[in-house]
Design a protein around this ligand. Sequence first.
Ligand code: THU
Length: 143
Amino acid sequence: MTDRELIRAAFAAREKAYAPYSGFLVGAALLAKDGRVFTGCNVENASYSATCCAERTALFKAVSEGAREFEKIALVGALKGQVNQEITAPCGVCRQALYEFGGPELLVLMAKSEDDYVQMKLGQLLPLGFGPSNLSGENNRPL
Ligand code: THU
């Protein structure tokens, strides 16, 4: 799976976005280490806070299908009718949700188009992230 293909899958997922309130359509494509790709779009709600972002839609689809290890996620977002103008970076809640499974090494491709994108590691987007290892005792020394 090339970066271009993953970004193309994110654009296709964006077509399914349900965003009647913000008009901001987002698509994500998450590549699992086993090669499977899980896509997601944002799904808004009349009770705004029940909205789910594209990244978490993709992540929860993946985990519910048994995937827990991921290589990269491609993300595209823009107001309806607009494309290629700016990159969309994952919101704070999605960074945290992805950190649980992807950790700091997960690659995040924030794309304007298939060949115009910014790539960062999740650890750069969420420095000193809180994850499962914090609760396992690995990182905790007795005071
Ligand atoms: N949104 C996402 O799906 N992912 C992001 O990373 C940024 C925000 C959605 C949530 C909401 O439906 C709309 O974009 C506007 O915030």
